[in-house]
Design a protein around this ligand. Structure first.
Ligand code: 5CA
Ligand code: ZN
Length: 410
């Protein structure tokens, strides 16, 4: 798929430290150790509605990781999918009487525009499921050969018992898995399944729905297999970070990892699994199904500076669940106005120590609140003491730092 245009990325005169992230599977902060390019996969949108601030928070968080790796001197290969055929998309298209392909393309295009406005670095491979169907079919065939599948009325299921490591991504107890599975696309009640948690790999053609020919009969992919197949084709096993919101820990990331590990014994799907907290609004998780959305595109249309949206999102730590309130963007706009004034000065307080602190904070599990606090201290020092604010190189360095490390064009 077409991705979106890359924002400019200034080079910095200093290098950031090795990047550490909280890994859900081992429940600790781990140092990433890319061998060759750093390899990142982030689960993309299901394009049946416009980008809301929860999505934006998640993609901005992984953009910080992309930038932290870049600033630590790594080349990065970033892959993101688009779930452009799945139940919620087909249901929404049917409800609204639009072609599912048109709906998907329209919302994906809006997402590209939102991501461009927010200055998130684009993925190198932006892959829709529809275009990845041959990859999905191949991956299901590998699972079949590994004895990890069974048929049920024309559908193909994955046996969770096939991966000895099942449960290692989420560390969830069976009870919790059974509770979450039906809420997140699973069908534990379906008669004939070997285990209620077994996941659908291929759904046989149904009246009025799109389908593609395959060795298992005409049909379409289940959800989790798309991310296994796309990640394996573009990154390979043991890639550095699998990312997404915490609502994807189970079943989605557990299953995507399991699908891959069942066919490649001894290989981990990813080295670390990184999850963002949920952004809420009016006391509930912001979600397309609940409809309590604050849309990035709507804020932009109403004249809000996208950099104020980005700054407001960066003020929370990516791992915390948080509540969006409408005043956050106004407060962020005020801060940006103050920073812009300081940055247009001919001199400022020396900025190298601040740059070191900012890069260190971001390399330490993407601690954007600490990075922003360091920036604010520098701004305050520059404003408070003109005698200290005499460094002519500082404004340019800070401008480049804000852009390269935080994605803020100020
Ligand atoms: N297409 C699948 C992934 S393969 C999907 O989950 N799509 S989505 O459109 O529902 O979500 C896209 C991304 O935004 C996912 O990483 C999801 O975890 C994240 N996300 C969804 N809602 C929120 C929220 N309220 N706060 C933070 N992140 C969210
Ligand atoms: Zn995914």
């Amino acid at each position: 798929m077409r991705t979106w245009p890359a924002p400019s990325l200034p080079g910095l005169p200093l290098t950031g430290p090795p990047v550490r992230v909280f890994d859900t599977a081992t429940r600790q902060v781990v140092e990433t150790r890319p061998e060759g390019p750093a390899r990142l996969y982030v689960c993309g949108i299901t394009p049946y509605d416009a980008t809301h601030l929860g999505h934006a928070a998640t993609y901005v968080a992984f953009d910080l990781l992309h930038r932290a790796w870049h600033n630590a001197g790594h080349e990065v290969v970033y892959v993101q999918n688009v779930t452009d055929v799945d139940d919620p998309l087909l249901e929404r298209a049917a409800r609204d009487g639009v072609d599912w392909r048109e709906l998907a393309e329209r919302e994906t295009e809006l997402f590209r525009q939102d991501m461009t406005a927010l200055r998130t670095l684009p993925p190198h491979h932006y892959v829709g499921v529809v275009e990845a169907i041959p990859l999905v079919v191949e991956e299901i065939q590998l699972l079949e050969q590994a004895g990890a599948t069974y048929r049920l009325d024309g559908d193909v299921y994955y046996s969770v018992t096939a991966d000895a490591g099942f449960g290692e991504v989420s560390s969830m107890l069976r009870d919790e898995m059974e509770h979450l599975f039906p809420q997140r696309g699973g069908d534990p009640e379906r008669a004939g399944k070997k285990d209620p948690l077994d996941a659908l790999l291929w759904r046989a053609e149904r009246e009025g729905e799109p389908s593609w020919p395959s060795p298992f009969g005409a049909g379409r992919p289940g959800w989790h297999i798309e991310c296994s197949a796309i990640a394996m084709a573009h990154l390979g096993p043991g890639y550095d970070v699998q990312g997404g919101g915490s609502d994807l820990i189970f079943p989605h990331h557990e299953m995507s990892a399991g699908h891959t590990q069942a066919t490649r014994p001894g290989c981990a799907f990813a080295k670390a699994y990184v999850h963002t907290g949920m952004v809420g609004y009016d006391g509930e998780k912001m979600s397309k199904s609940l409809g309590n959305l604050v849309l990035v595109s709507r804020l932009r249309e109403s004249g809000v500076d996208p950099m104020a949206i980005r700054l407001a999102l960066l003020r929370g730590h990516y791992r915390e669940d948080r509540e969006w309130t409408d005043d956050q963007v106004t407060a962020a706009a005020d801060t940006l106005a103050q920073w812009r004034e300081v940055l247009t000065g001919l001199t400022a307080a020396p900025a190298t120590p601040t740059a070191e602190r900012v890069l260190a904070a971001l390399a330490d599990d993407l601690d954007s609140p600490a990075a922003l606090a360091a920036v604010q201290e520098w701004v305050d020092a520059t404003l408070a003491d003109p005698a200290e604010a005499t460094d002519p190189t500082a404004p340019a360095l800070m401008r480049d730092l804000l852009d390269a490390a935080l994605g803020l064009a100020v």
